[in-house]
Design a protein around this ligand. Sequence first.
Ligand SMILES: Cc1cc2nc3c(=O)[nH]c(=O)nc-3n(C[C@H](O)[C@H](O)[C@H](O)COP(=O)(O)O)c2cc1C
Length: 437
Amino acid sequence: MPRTRSQRMALTTFVIPAGHHKDAWRRAGSRIEEVPGLDYVTELTQMAERAKIDAVFFGDVAHANPTLRGDIKTNGYYEPISTLSALAARTTHIGLIGTMSTSFESPYTVARQIAGVDHMSNGRAGWNLVTSFDGFANYSKEGIPAPEDRYRRATEFAEVVTRLWDSWADDAVIADRTGGHYADLGKVRRINHSGEHFQVEGPAPGPRAPQGHPIIVQAGSSGPGLELGSSVADAIYTAQPVKERAVEFYADFKKMLSAKGRNPDHTHVLPGILPIIGETASEAEELAAELASYVNIEFGRKQVEAGLKMDLSELSEDEQIPEEWFSLDPNMGSRYHVFRRKSVEQKMTLRDLIVDLARSAGHQWIIGTPQSIADVMVDWFESYACDGFNLNSPYNPGGMQQMCEKLVPELQNRGYARAEYEGATLRDHFGLPRPSA
Ligand SMILES: Cc1cc2nc3c(=O)[nH]c(=O)nc-3n(C[C@H](O)[C@H](O)[C@H](O)COP(=O)(O)O)c2cc1C
């Protein structure tokens, strides 16, 4: 592959103030009482900004089902638009990416809200486009649509959003005080979309966003997910715990981009990584063991059951899930198959799966020093397993501090991460051109 991509990694951090490692909130000093207020999440975000990370990312689930299964780590506590808007006022450079579900929202609202955050932050907004597989009961919907149906709706949704973003030309606002014309109305166009799911007249109610199109991230690695990601996304989030598979995934995805006439260097592949960092290898191992000791195994069993849609009540923690209990159906979702392989190929016991899920939710986790973890990250980057990473802090605030003050500086020293912001917008940080209307 000719090397035209940046020599630097794209780096975002998936902010979960309770910590990505399940039950890490139990650690002394977790400041869990301050979740979901603004000051604590601001401090975490500002730490990432001081490390010159491209963006903070907020996931979102519009339901409390994990909490009811004893897992409070998920991000539903931070409604993305209110959170990003508040953070826009408290930060200056870092990108602000939030999740909005195409299954529940309306494209007109999402187009306005994400463009609004882009305006408020002078071009730092991003939208993580997801389809959701839970929470339908909160939106007057019965059952869960099949993945193909969710992604068909998501595809039309994304088309409407981007057309709305383009419905005001960049030079539509003329603010002609003398003539009394705020906008050149020939440059503010209706979109007149009429599709399977949405009828939207347009145009958007206000001027084009500073980035033209705020960044679109797509998270989901199934066939339909990648089909959509390769059509519209500027970056994709993916769970890739094994390097060889990540290299294959990367090559396949870049081929999909090329086949669609898109520049393969203009959509970043960003697998998640959860680093458990110590000054020495043994200190890191001790920390990992300490974090694992907080995991509530009975809640963990329920979470594995929910993730795999299996009844595991008859299985002891020291047994492996029988291979024949797993389905090979790709519609079970990419995360399901990550766990199927861990169980079947890596012969993990139920307890191992519970701790593994607690650590990473299917992403790669690494225990080590800033140097040894940077070695792995550089190796993945140089092997074309990724274009960068979505950093998952295992516990907070200490884990975020270790990532931002130890790991990222190690990457900066090696020339793989920026030492200063050079541009103003998230597109600039990601090295992506601004689309014209
Ligand atoms: C890093 C990452 C973050 C995600 N964040 C969210 C989220 O905030 N909300 C959500 O509903 N789904 C989220 N997802 C799930 C995806 O949108 C998708 O539904 C899931 O990966 C299953 O789809 P797939 O089978 O296409 O992979 C995320 C996935 C990844 C990899």
